[in-house]
Ligand binder design. Structure first.
Ligand SMILES: [Zn+2]
Ligand SMILES: [Zn+2]
Length: 595
């Protein structure tokens, strides 16, 4: 059946453009072979036909049908019975045009309403752009308001609004209802009639209405985990509201993600939240950044986005009162270090007798020792005696020793005298001893090991704001590394290691201490943690994770010298947070979490 013939525009109009296209596409090979002749005869292009292949010609005719330059008529006359819907639309358009004298203007722009089937043959079609459904509805609402609520025009406009076509995507779907078009302000010089202004490839693209991403670019040079990185791009021949897939690919690596951007007026943007991108090794260490390229429809951003990571922190020495440790970050491991400087020494005790000492009793160390009210004390036989300034005396009747009224202090040798680490001089000479024997060295090595195993890998620090689902992101494990180093001379804050055993504390360790965990406990003090046992200087504000008013027996800082708890990392967490701020200018929050 010879279904169709094509004629130059301006004559009879019978078939709607979509009908014409359907017939055109259904044409057999023979009919198609005549296209070249038809195009030449109809002078559809001023472009030399020899430069167009058959495919170009088909595209040209299809475009001309869509534009209304070419219309199809059915053999045998003026068929193409208009449907009821088309008739309704046309009459509504005519009525509105009559009422507005053909000028539909809103917010300084010119509009026209057109029935779906008439779009292709709208005069001066190239000077108009189709307005999307939602915008069109807004414009018609606005126009109705402008024209006055009671007028007939307002009613017509409201009806037109109801009859607006849904969004469509040529050639996959077709409009079905009224279409609002808007006059284009700056008309691009891409009319095929101006053929000379176009290169052959531009013309090809134009004819085929080929969708094209013209450019894509990152709006910032760098971004960190959980920050937004914006992408902007320009497009051709994409409809407003159409989606574009943007992919993010690690340059030289395997990490990739994708998201969808929306086109609006030949441009699109996408806000990618950086997450689940992990640092990669480079030269044996995690690199501080990696490059992400953004690609849409085969076009890649000229410059990559640098995704930044916190993979290194130089050593920070933290000293506050008796808290002292060093913290550094290498790759994803926080190293908590302490160079525990010590001198060989001896242990003695001090006791606070208060009013239990008879009036006039000598030996008060006020002015020598940093704390007032104390006297020297030592073991004699099975009991304890205090120094009254001239001799060792039994403790006064009625005085009871308690954790709160006596403790051990360390001494170091200075010339021929023995000086207390907190001031004052022991009233007699201590017996010399050697710290360099193998058995003593073994004990110190065991302490080192005890501290490191107790405090390594028990908790991680995790950035609170990290939005990644990969739990490794923004997460750092912790590792304790201590070294005991023997010093020639004592200075304030230094540890004293004494032979024998009285009672160890964070500044005085006894080699005879039978509880190895005491080393890890004392290191806990170095990390800023108070004791957590009765009668000690507890922090009563600690009331979680087993602690009640600062007391927790089942803790490394408590009576049983057992578990390291999350709270024991709070000073480490604070120092790390500050170090991140200082080094990277980022105010992040970190949580102490189990690995
Ligand atoms: Zn993260
Ligand atoms: Zn302690």
């Amino acid at each position: 059946m010879e279904a169709l013939r094509l004629r130059h525009a301006g004559g009879d109009q019978t078939l709607a453009a979509r009908e014409a296209l359907r017939h055109f596409d259904a044409m057999d090979r023979l009919a198609r072979s005549q296209i070249r002749g038809f195009v030449a005869q109809a002078r559809l292009t001023r472009f030399p036909l020899a430069s167009l292949d058959d495919h170009d010609l088909v595209a040209l005719v299809r475009q001309s049908i869509r534009d209304g330059h070419v219309v199809a008529i059915e053999k045998g006359g003026e068929g193409g019975q208009a449907t009821d819907s088309t008739a309704e639309q046309r009459s509504l358009v005519r009525e509105i045009e009559k009422q507005t004298r053909g000028r539909l203007s809103f917010s300084g722009r010119q509009y026209r309403l057109v029935a779906d089937v008439d779009l292709a043959r709208l005069p001066d079609r190239n000077s108009f752009e189709v307005v999307g459904h939602d915008d069109a509805a807004r414009v018609l609402d606005g126009l109705a308001k402008q024209s006055g609520a009671v007028g007939e025009l307002a009613k017509l406009l409201e009806t037109a609004r109801e009859k607006l076509t849904a969004e469509w995507r040529s050639p996959f779907t077709q409009p079905d209802g009224l279409i609002l078009v808007r006059r284009i302000i700056a008309h691009a010089a891409t009319n095929p009639a101006d053929g000379l202004a176009m290169t052959p490839s531009q013309m090809k693209d134009f004819l085929a209405k080929k969708k094209k991403v013209v450019s894509i670019a990152w709006m910032a040079a760098e971004a960190w985990c959980s920050e937004d990185a914006a992408i902007e791009g320009k497009t051709q021949n994409y409809a407003t509201g159409e989606s574009i897939e943007v992919t993010f690919q690690e340059r030289g690596g395997s990490q990739h993600q994708a998201m969808t951007g929306r086109v609006s007026s030949d441009s699109f943007n996408a806000h990618w939240t950086v997450k689940d991108i992990l640092p990669v090794k480079q030269g044996g260490h995690l690199a501080p950044d990696l490059k992400m390229d953004a690609t849409a429809a085969g076009v890649t951003s000229p410059k990559p986005l640098a995704v930044k990571f916190i993979t290194h922190l130089s050593k920070v020495a933290h000293v506050r009162d008796r808290t002292h440790f060093e913290l550094s970050l290498t790759d994803s491991v926080i190293l908590i270090g302490s160079d525990i400087k010590y001198v060989k020494g001896w242990g003695g005790e001090v006791v606070k007798l208060r009013d239990k000492a008879p009036a006039g009793t000598g030996g008060l160390l006020d002015g020598q020792l940093v704390w007032p009210g104390y006297r020297w004390m030592k073991n004699v036989g099975l009991g304890k005696k205090f120094w009254n300034g001239t001799a060792w005396q039994s403790l006064p009747v009625g005085f009871v020793l308690a954790d709160s009224n006596n403790f051990a202090v360390g001494f170091y040798q200075q010339g021929t005298s023995f000086t207390c680490q907190y001031g004052g001089t022991w009233p007699e000479n201590f017996t010399d001893w050697s710290i360099d024997t193998d058995d003593k060295k073994r004990i110190i090595a065991a302490w080192t090991n005890n501290i490191e195993t107790t405090w390594t890998g028990v908790f991680d620090l995790k950035r609170k704001e990290c939005k990644s689902s990969n739990k490794r992101c923004c997460r750092y494990s912790t590792k304790a590394a201590v070294a005991f180093s023997n010093q020639a001379t004592f200075s304030t804050g230094m540890l004293i290691i004494a032979d024998g055993n009285i009672r160890s504390n964070d500044s005085l360790l006894f080699l005879g201490e039978s509880r190895i965990a005491v080393a890890a406990h004392e290191f806990g003090h170095h990390l800023g943690n108070p004791d957590e046992y009765k009668d000690a200087a507890v922090d009563t504000s600690l009331n979680s994770d087993g602690a009640t008013n600062g007391i927790d027996p089942d803790s490394i800082m408590g009576k049983n010298l057992t578990k390291v708890k999350a709270r024991h990392f709070r000073e480490i967490c604070k120092v790390f947070t500050d170090a991140v701020t200082n080094a990277f200018g980022k105010s992040y929050n970190y949580l102490v979490v189990p690995p």
